[in-house]
Design a protein around this ligand. Structure first.
Ligand code: SF4
Length: 149
């Protein structure tokens, strides 16, 4: 699979410094998508195991979580990359536009964000959102962590 961006992000997973990979080939094509360049599978750079491991090594001791924006449409690859992240002692998170994902991926995750983008309902900081941020081990919905008090 290919990634369009690799960034360090602070807000997508509360309390964590995350290495965030944005994976191309998103089949959901949500209306109002903020990142349509992610739709084409050929956009971006091939995420090889070597490139991935080098990045994980580089941020060890600084970043605490590996976050994938998509990639569940390559379930075997994603499962493998999440397993590798865990061997480096990173926590793991997936932002998916689907409402559910295969168990094989779920088992490798610390957190999961579900739900397509709906401009009239907004993202996780909107109390009316259709999206959910879930702690996988407990099944707890943690959307309240995204809402400013
Ligand atoms: S899931 Fe995300 S990247 Fe894919 S179409 Fe929807 S908003 Fe765009």
């Amino acid at each position: 699979m290919k990634f369009a961006q690799k960034e360090i992000v602070l807000q997508e997973v509360p309390g964590e410094v995350s290495i965030c990979f944005s994976i191309t080939g998103c089949p959901l094509k949500c209306k109002g998508c903020h990142s349509p360049y992610l739709w084409k599978e050929n956009n971006g750079e091939l995420l090889t195991t070597d490139i991935y491991k080098n990045i994980l090594e580089q941020y060890k001791g600084f970043a605490t979580c590996v976050l994938f924006m998509g990639g569940e449409w390559f379930p075997k690859d994603l499962e493998e990359f999440l397993k590798i992240a865990k061997t480096f002692n990173y926590k793991t998170c997936l932002y998916t536009g689907y409402n559910a994902i295969p168990d094989s991926i779920l088992q490798q995750l610390t957190w999961l964000k579900t739900g397509p983008w709906n401009p009239s309902l907004g993202g996780l900081s909107n109390p009316n959102t259709n999206q959910k941020f879930i702690e996988v081990a407990t099944g707890k919905k943690l959307n309240h962590l995204f809402i400013a008090s």
